[in-house]
Design a binder for this molecule. Structure first.
Ligand SMILES: C[S@@+](CC[C@H](N)C(=O)[O-])C[C@H]1O[C@@H](n2cnc3c(N)ncnc32)[C@H](O)[C@@H]1O
Length: 326
């Protein structure tokens, strides 16, 4: 089931660069490394091995990922706390690990999106290339599936999801076709949706726009998992949890995510002095310094070795002011 678990598709993305940025924050004894997207624990294993004095608090909403990461990180079991939660549950997860929600973490990694394990597991319905139940839940224990979205949303809601989260030009037309077809046969499998998309998207566009199912599958995944809401709620909590000198790295794989990340980075690195004052108020300077110039991409060599790194956009920041460690 977990194919390629040692293969090149599971190489952690931008590992060397993440270490270059987060490493300097991880030298203190007992420094806390918060991995908000543990996945198969590739990044986490590297940091636990490289920095023998750190503690890991690892989060994932997917219990299968947590179980597999737990097995992989067994050699470090005295230094790790794994928590099943969405990453906007950072404050509670830190509490579970016996840490305050504010100013207790030295380094944070958010490696967003789905893992290659989730894509590989045919029955979870993330991959449009495999006929499977239309599920797409990262946490299969809760919430509506992609089939529920297709079978219950109104035309307007469906069109919005496809347009906003998939940037799909033919959102209205696809939504109309979904509503028409589901009256006869409710959506159950990914093949039904793929067939509809082949019919609804003009052949001429298909030649330039990539696989016709790519954008709609992305849109459904974002909706089913409430990905953007979760990210918008998690980022402030993540920034607040850092100690002075603490660092955060966020890796996004699609422009909508990166837009949300960029907005938080811009806001956190701006002065908090009212703009109409000609001087900086004491204690109201920026809380964070951005460590990356724009969004960094993977090098051509890394993309060649690890194609999953192709769309990655990485941003990083360091806390330069704020509460002292409690
Ligand atoms: C790209 S993978 C992480 C891979 C990991 N860095 C590694 O080296 O193995 C992303 C992981 O984040 C999890 N995830 C995505 N959105 C999440 C959320 N809102 N809350 C918690 N976990 C989430 C997914 O379940 C998946 O396991």
């Amino acid at each position: 089931m977990h194919r390629n678990s040692d293969g090149p598709r599971h190489v952690p993305v931008l590992l060397h660069r993440a270490d270059e940025i987060l490493g300097p924050a991880l030298h203190a004894d007992g420094a806390v490394y918060l991995d908000c997207t543990l996945g198969l624990g590739g990044h986490a294993e590297h940091f636990l091995r490289t920095y023998p004095n750190i503690r890991l608090v690892g989060l994932d909403r997917d219990t299968t990922a947590l179980k597999l990461a737990g097995e992989r990180l067994e050699p470090f079991k005295d230094r790790i706390t794994l928590v099943h939660t969405r990453y906007d549950g950072i404050a509670d997860a830190l509490e579970e690990a016996g840490l305050p929600a504010k100013s207790s973490v030295s380094a944070i990694l958010m490696d967003l999106g789905v893992s290659s394990m989730q894509l590989d597991e045919a029955d979870r319905g993330f991959a449009y290339s495999i006929d499977a139940p239309l599920d797409m839940r990262m946490d299969p224990s809760t919430g509506p599936t992609a089939a529920d979205v297709l079978n219950t949303y109104s035309h307007g809601e469906l069109a919005r999801v496809l347009k906003v989260y998939g940037e799909e030009r033919f959102a209205g037309k696809i939504a109309a076709e979904v509503v028409r077809r589901r009256q006869r046969t409710p959506f159950v499998t990914s093949a039904q949706l793929v067939e509809l998309l082949y019919d609804a998207i003009p052949a001429a566009t298909r030649r330039t726009g990539g696989h016709p199912a790519k954008r709609s599958f992305q849109a459904l995944r974002v909706e089913v998992n409430r990905e953007l809401e979760s990210l918008e709620a998690a980022l402030p909590a993540a920034f607040d949890s850092l100690v002075p000198g603490g660092r955060i790295v966020v890796m996004s794989y699609q422009s909508l995510e990166d837009r949300v990340v960029k907005a938080e980075f811009v806001q956190r690195s701006a002065s908090r002095t009212p703009i109409d004052l000609p001087y900086e108020l004491p204690g109201m300077g920026p809380e964070f310094k951005v460590l990356t110039r724009g969004a960094e991409k993977a090098t051509e060599q890394e993309i060649e070795e690890n194609p999953r790194a192709t769309p990655v956009r990485m941003r990083a920041a360091e806390r330069i002011a704020g509460e002292e460690k409690q």
